[in-house]
Design a binder for this molecule. Structure first.
Ligand SMILES: Nc1ncnc2c1ncn2[C@@H]1O[C@H](COP(=O)(O)OP(=O)(O)OP(=O)(O)O)[C@@H](O)[C@H]1O
Ligand SMILES: [Mg+2]
Length: 475
């Protein structure tokens, strides 16, 4: 009985059996005592009638007494004896000569001769259960009484009907137990079935079959557990898909520069004598590709680290920093890029200073990623502006460009890793689609959020909202 189903069945049926047994025993005991009480009253009544009738005949030892004894014995369905004042048997309704004239022993007789009515139940191996009833003869004021009436009655009929009743009770009990067993079997199945399908589903998940679901119906706790399990399975499936896509994307990203490297290096290896400038030129290009790969792997590592920290609920090293100053520093760093591209770059704070608890390196990284994008995706002659403002308990950092914008159907995805709204253009600009993903995680580690507002041809605005006071991610 190791299964839950077995345990439920066993405990329910066991309990039911116990309750029924107690009930049966109680019923039988009550019935037995009621029967005996009724018999006692019955024999006492007959004994008293016999005693009253005999008052006048006893002293003479009248033969009429024998007739009376037989008559009452028949009516009471028992053996009846008339005794005299010394306990001697005067008449026996059975007419047993061995008994008549003898003194009858026993507590019942002596109590009756003491003037008391008694009734006892005795057991004899050869006769079975017997009820003895003895009452005194004569007016109760006269002591000692003139004699006594003694009735001996077999209780076999009483116990026979009790046995018959017990048999019926046993049948009813067995029926009830059977019904109980069926009911608890059904109940056990009701409980163990969903458990079995949960176990099966867990096994399927363990084998990597992420698509398997429990699909329990109903509202009870087990159905809720099943639904929670299915949600977990869905999360796992999504996670697995993300992981797979990540590996695929990462290898894809690495394949492009590796192919370029091969194309660059191969002529050098097999091409025989080449002019030294060619070597220098190719080496420069190789370095460029290596740079690109290095940036890519570093960004990937950084992303993995940030994801870990977000998951663990870790936080960054934070100290009060002036966001206006931070914005100026970030803009200065990308200024050469802007000049080269022919894009004007301004910082326009709406407040002179704005202190917030931040990790300045992280915010610098966020701002330079946004500024880099702004410059990269804005044609020459355009402008990129950084605005710093305060909104209640939050600081807002806005990077606004007048560039090409992002189509609305691409907007939801731009914070995903490796996502590039326009892959063809990205190849030109050398982006890998990790910049915004990193920025997004850094901002979230501050308990803030990053959002975008953009339309094709109208430019884009990226807004970073940071809590002014320290608050932990997720809180
Ligand atoms: N200011 C912007 N204007 C127009 N499109 C943008 C802008 N910023 C981001 N995008 C779009 O979002 C995509 C994702 O940006 P993200 O910074 O993550 O990657 P990337 O710039 O392509 O590469 P990386 O930043 O890793 O060098 C970009 O490829 C681009 O299509
Ligand atoms: Mg970028």
């Amino acid at each position: 009985m190791r299964t839950i189903r077995g345990r439920i069945l066993l405990s329910q049926v066991g309990l039911l059996a116990l309750v029924l047994l107690i009930l049966d025993a109680f019923t039988l005991a009550t019935l037995e005592s009621a029967y005996l009480r009724e018999r006692r009253v019955f024999y006492l009544t007959w004994a008293n009638i016999a005693a009253n009738t005999a008052t006048t005949y006893l002293p003479e030892g009248d033969p009429y007494l024998r007739y009376l004894a037989r008559d009452f014995a028949t009516q009471a369905g028992a053996r009846l004896l008339y005794l005299d004042g010394s306990g001697r048997v005067v008449v026996d309704s059975y007419g047993d000569p061995a008994l008549e004239g003898k003194t009858l022993p026993g507590a019942e007789v002596s109590e009756a001769l003491d003037g008391k009515q008694t009734s006892t139940v005795r057991y004899f191996p050869d006769l079975g259960w017997v009820m003895y009833t003895a009452v005194p003869i004569g007016p109760s004021a006269v002591r000692p009484p003139a004699g006594a009436v003694f009735i001996s009655a077999s209780l076999a009929p009483v116990y026979a009907s009790l046995r018959a009743f017990a048999v019926r009770l046993a049948l009813i009990t067995a029926g009830a137990l059977l019904l109980g067993a069926v009911a608890s079997f059904l109940l056990a199945r009701l409980i163990s079935r969903p458990l079995a399908s949960l176990r099966r589903a867990a096994g399927e998940l363990a084998r990597g079959h992420w698509g398997h679901r429990v699909n329990l119906r109903g509202q009870d706790e087990l159905a809720q557990l099943g639904r929670a399990f299915d949600r977990m399975a869905e999360d796992l499936q999504r996670l697995d898909r993300t992981r797979r896509r990540f590996v695929a994307d990462a290898s894809h990203e690495l394949r492009t520069p590796l192919a370029a490297l091969r194309a660059l290096a191969e002529p050098l290896a097999h091409g025989g004598d080449l002019p030294p400038e060619t070597y220098r030129e190719v080496a420069g290009e190789i370095l460029g590709q290596v740079d690109r790969m290095q940036r890519l792997t570093e960004d990937l590592l950084e992303l993995a680290r940030l994801d870990n920290r977000l998951e663990e609920g870790e936080h960054l090293q934070r100290a009060p920093r002036d966001l206006v100053a931070l914005a100026r520093e970030a803009a200065e760093a990308v200024e050469p890029l802007a000049q080269q591209k022919g894009v004007s770059l301004q910082v326009e704070p709406e407040v002179p200073t704005l202190y917030a608890e931040v990790d300045d390196e992280a915010i610098h990284r966020v701002l330079s990623n946004l500024l880099d994008n702004g410059i990269k995706y804005t044609p020459a002659g355009g402008a990129v502006t950084v605005r710093v403002s305060r909104q209640g308990e939050r600081a807002l950092l806005r990077v606004i460009d007048t560039g090409e914008g992002i189509p609305p159907d691409r907007l939801p995805f731009i914070f995903q890793r490796f996502y590039r709204a326009d892959p063809a253009r990205a190849r030109r600009t050398g982006g890998t689609g990790l910049g915004l993903a990193i920025a997004d995680r850094l901002v979230r580690l501050h308990g803030g959020e990053i959002s975008v507002d953009s339309a094709p041809g109208r430019g884009s605005t990226f807004t970073v909202a940071l809590p002014l006071r320290k608050s932990f991610p997720g809180s």
